[in-house]
Write a protein that binds this ligand. Sequence first.
Ligand code: NAD
Ligand code: ZN
Ligand code: ZN
Length: 394
Amino acid sequence: MAINMATLAATFAATAGEVITCKAAIAYEANKPLTVEDIHVAPPGPSEVRIKITNGAICHTDLYYMAGQDPEKIFPRVFGHEGAGFVESVGRDIKDLKPGDKVLPVWMAECKKCPKCKRGKSNICDTLVYNWSNGFMPADKKTTRFSRVADGKPIHHFFGTSTFSQYTVCDEACVAKVNPDADLSKICLLGCGVPTGIGSAWNIAKVTPGSSVAVFGLGTIGLAVVEGAKVAGAARIIGVDRDGSKLTQGLEWGLTDILNTTGLDKPVEEVIREMVDDGVDFSFDCTGNPGVIYSAMECANAAGGVAVILGLMDSSKTLSFHPSKLLWGKSWTSGLFGGYKGRSQLPELVDKCVGGVINLDHYITHKMPFSQINKAVEMLEKGQCLRCVMDYDN
Ligand SMILES: NC(=O)c1ccc[n+]([C@@H]2O[C@H](COP(=O)([O-])OP(=O)(O)OC[C@H]3O[C@@H](n4cnc5c(N)ncnc54)[C@H](O)[C@@H]3O)[C@@H](O)[C@H]2O)c1
Ligand SMILES: [Zn+2]
Ligand SMILES: [Zn+2]
């Protein structure tokens, strides 16, 4: 549906400075369906931005926190970190954003001021570090902008984004201004999964032309790794999953070989080492499963192979390994958000989508009204979708 910018501007002018009542999907406790109900969203603080979310999707990391697999287990909370929308109003210190701007809330915060941002060696920012394990606004670390309509009780934020709400409030560090021509119902996917996968191939592993690659777990993250590896010129890309339909689907993304782990009579790493002499040049775990993370490390070539961990592993579990595994120069590495900086580098990826260089359509397997978010959660849990894009006006 075409959006009338004049109507939008009038709506935003009317709500600026006011508390907004809107629908949000609240997680009251771990492992329970979300409750879609009216909440109050307070105006943004001085360094904050209030955003009308138009579209969003669900990433497996939402499921990880919703299931209470993190150490903090913060509830009640508004989850969600793949969303897109328009700036509704801004705090008094905000200079670079104005009502009506198209934006992506970005969990990969970039304040551009903290020692980590200034050091410039990675995409990690102190605001991200705070948001990772806390549910308050990073500006004061003690208040929320969400509250229950019934009793005014605060509802926690998530990852600085909380996109499972028709309106959200983000710190300036967590807002990327993007190309006004971008289609919000597509670029919402650039909030996490696609940049994480593509960037892991390009920026973290630095996949080289002619190389061999193994990708474990062919959800959105894994398929985006496959896409990145293909564009980088990898000659052989082996897809590994326990779900046969995910493997077949992956052929469309550029897999050259598929390997179903269900029913294998020997460790998958042995099978891969037999397929590719001495192991692959690059391997990626996109599952978060401890056994898979280990297998992905084992199938990388001992002499200079690179194994990348992308999946989030249950915080109650650990992995052990003998350091001699790395003695011949194998690297076992990891990274967040494909190494991209949220505000300064994500807009370039949006431009690539607008320009047709990156195709987001094939990741969107389903569309649904926001009111049916629990159905979308269930489909991701059961592996029945890649990304289900929700329309927040329904
Ligand atoms: N590092 C980051 O910045 C980052 C960002 C986003 C997501 N993640 C993590 O990446 C992972 C994947 O996310 P997603 O949204 O693509 O998830 P998804 O649920 O869509 O896909 C996971 C895939 O892994 C497969 N799988 C799961 N367990 C397996 C096993 N034991 N053996 C073989 N295959 C298995 C599933 O069949 C599925 O195809 C999650 O752990 C998520 O938390 C990390
Ligand atoms: Zn910073
Ligand atoms: Zn994610």
